[in-house]
Design a protein around this ligand. Structure first.
Ligand SMILES: *[C@@H]1O[C@H](CO)[C@@H](O)[C@H](O)[C@H]1NC(C)=O
Ligand SMILES: *[C@@H]1O[C@H](CO)[C@@H](O)[C@H](O)[C@H]1NC(C)=O
Ligand SMILES: *[C@@H]1O[C@H](CO)[C@@H](O)[C@H](O)[C@H]1NC(C)=O
Ligand SMILES: *[C@@H]1O[C@H](CO)[C@@H](O)[C@H](O)[C@H]1NC(C)=O
Ligand SMILES: *[C@@H]1O[C@H](CO)[C@@H](O)[C@H](O)[C@H]1NC(C)=O
Ligand SMILES: *[C@@H]1O[C@H](CO)[C@@H](O)[C@H](O)[C@H]1NC(C)=O
Ligand SMILES: *[C@@H]1O[C@H](CO)[C@@H](O)[C@H](O)[C@H]1NC(C)=O
Length: 433
């Protein structure tokens, strides 16, 4: 007999329970309240969790700040023709200056088609080397460069005239010379701005107070500073920063390895304060970041939503917020400024320049739009000793140090002008009707 046939000769006795009634059921006899509690608590907690989640979701949804006012189109520019953009009645003005626009920028802003142009339905803003035009030696020595089309007179209050206490008008010759004329001199160390770029504005063309701005753009590549932003038309509360500045988006083209937030970051901010030294921007800026992908890789839509209750900047969707600020207290209170300031050695009580305003003041006046690409600067946008920064903001001549370090920054600029440029597909602005 093989072992397998022997296995079936005897049937195994079944141990299955057949008499259910007499089986001991200790869990039925011993009903401890604790067990009941343990049973129900699971369901109660699950319910509380779901209900709490629903309430939270409801409040997050209903708490989203939305602008429900009807909007009227102020301007729409799709960059279909160069003339419609830069012509006499064009939508933008090229601002031309060499004075660094108060930021110590090392680039000059030109009216040249080399630095701003319209092509295939898009606007390009491209930095180029000044040495391409003047030669390298001229930048460092022996040259006077008067920029063509300088717009100092048009962009300054009172056409560049300073008004004295007794009402006398004197032309701001020093300011005019800084903006319109540069001298290179090897002995003194003065140089001509080593980079040419462009700054386009809607100043005198279109502006808005409360509403919406939408710009579809691709950020530039390379060591540079692109910005889509707004300044007040009339400086109602005084000169910068008393009347505010709205930075819809600013970035650094410096690549994603840059250690002070490079091209995979976009930042939104508001500048405001009672004096230039007391700028409250550190309390009103924030950013959105793509972990790995630079904003120079593709077009994104940058938006500003602006009401007297809130200000929000975002990229592509409201879920990607650069900055969201609820205007729930006056900016002077938000600033937490010192009570006493010193003008030289004279102490003076700090005055609130917005004392008669609302929680939105100074962001309750008309602002115009600026599209620009700057290179370098000494206002701190490029933090010291980050990413091999080739100059110190407080050095004797930071622009010359930058120009001398061309082998550090120029290789970061793509040779292909279209890859280097900030490219803008469209701009739309609406205001509350
Ligand atoms: C610009 O607009 C004004 C007023 O609408 C008009 O008279 C003028 O001809 C326009 N100029 C050009 C170049 O289109
Ligand atoms: C544009 O650049 C070229 C060289 O790259 C130069 O010859 C020309 O003068 C520039 N045009 C202007 C208006 O600066
Ligand atoms: C350049 O500008 C300076 C300062 O404004 C002026 O003195 C000089 O005459 C100008 N030179 C030319 C060639 O226009
Ligand atoms: C700017 O205004 C001053 C003073 O009126 C004048 O001398 C100068 O030629 C003007 N410059 C331009 C570029 O309009
Ligand atoms: C260059 O700068 C030096 C030192 O400041 C000065 O003595 C000289 O006159 C300047 N040269 C010219 C051509 O302006
Ligand atoms: C500081 O004092 C100077 C000279 O008295 C004056 O012209 C200036 O307006 C003062 N600045 C401020 C912010 O008060
Ligand atoms: C605020 O209003 C008062 C009264 O009208 C006026 O005297 C004062 O100058 C105003 N202050 C400012 C900063 O506008």
């Amino acid at each position: 007999m093989t072992p397998s046939t022997r296995r079936f000769q005897q049937r195994m006795k079944s141990h299955m329970i057949t008499d259910f009634d007499n089986v001991p059921k200790p869990w039925l006899e011993n009903k401890r309240p604790r067990d009941k509690f343990a049973y129900w608590i699971v369901y109660v907690l699950v319910f509380i969790g779901l209900a709490g989640g629903a309430v939270q979701a409801y409040f997050s949804y209903s708490g989203v700040l939305l602008d429900r006012q009807p909007l009227c189109l102020v301007m729409e520019e799709n960059f279909d023709s160069q003339d419609a953009v830069f012509g006499d009645n064009g939508s933008f003005v090229r601002e031309v200056s060499m004075d660094g626009f108060g930021n110590g920028e090392f680039s000059m802003a030109t009216d040249s088609n080399n630095n701003s142009y319209v092509q295939d339905g898009k606007l390009y803003i491209v930095p180029t080397l000044t040495s391409d035009n003047l030669g390298n030696n001229a930048i460092f020595d022996g040259t006077i460069y008067n920029i063509t089309g300088c717009t100092f007179n048009e962009t300054q209050p009172n056409n560049g005239f300073l008004i004295g206490a007794n009402g006398d008008k004197t032309f701001d010759t020093a300011g005019y010379t800084r903006a319109c004329s540069a001298v290179s001199n090897k002995t003194s160390g003065a140089i001509i701005n080593p980079v040419q770029s462009a700054r386009l504005t809607t100043r005198g063309k279109s502006s808005l107070k409360f509403g919406r701005v939408e710009i579809r753009a691709k950020m530039p590549n390379g060591y540079m500073w692109p910005a889509l932003w707004m300044l007040p038309v009339d400086n109602v509360y005084g000169p910068w920063p008393l009347s505010g500045e709205i930075d819809i988006v600013e970035s650094r083209g410096n690549g994603i390895r840059y250690t002070a937030r490079g091209s995979n970051y976009v930042q939104g901010s508001l500048n405001w304060g009672p004096t230039p030294q007391l700028n409250g921007v550190s309390k009103t800026y924030s950013w959105w970041s793509n972990k790995r992908v630079p904003f120079s890789d593709d077009f994104h839509t940058y938006a500003l939503e602006w009401t007297d209750k809130f200000i929000r900047m975002y990229v592509d969707t409201r879920l990607h917020t650069l900055l969201e600020l609820k205007l729930d207290k006056p900016f002077f209170q938000r600033g937490d400024f010192p009570a006493i300031i010193f003008n030289g050695s004279n102490p003076a009580a700090l005055q609130n320049p917005w004392v008669n305003g609302t929680n939105a003041t100074p962001f309750d006046q008309d602002f115009y739009l600026i599209l620009n690409v700057a290179v370098g600067g000494t206002n701190g946008w490029f933090p010291e000793s980050q990413g091999n920064k080739p100059w110190l903001d407080n050095a004797a001549n930071p622009m010359r140090d930058f120009a001398n370090a061309i082998s550090q920054w120029y290789p970061t600029w793509p040779t292909n002008v279209e890859d280097r440029a900030m490219v803008v597909d469209y701009v739309k602005m609406w205001k509350h009707c």
